[in-house]
Ligand binder design. Structure first.
Ligand SMILES: [Zn+2]
Length: 87
């Protein structure tokens, strides 16, 4: 599978910073990436979230595809929209 090399695969979803607030700027959610976020990946895990709930991962241009693949391969990905910084 294309995403198998990706570091997030080994991280349980619950331990990802899905609820973390970055104090100064919005950065990519990929592990170890400090790039500014350009995309908002909106996802939902039907096992733990109600259907209308949306979690959000931010992604830079480089990681948009791999993060989307990670969520998509699990059937979690609902939408990918351009990220607008909340300033
Ligand atoms: Zn990134």
């Amino acid at each position: 599978m294309a995403v198998r090399h990706f570091s997030l695969v080994r991280t349980p979803l619950a331990r990802l910073r899905e609820d973390a607030m970055e104090p100064d700027r919005d950065i990519c959610s990929a592990k170890g990436c400090q790039a500014d976020a350009a995309w908002d990946l909106q996802w939902n895990n039907p096992k733990i979230h109600t259907p209308e709930r949306r979690k959000s991962w931010l992604a830079c241009d480089e990681h948009r595809a791999s993060l989307s693949d990670f969520l998509g391969s699990r059937g979690f990905l609902r939408d990918v929209v351009p990220h607008r910084p909340a300033v």
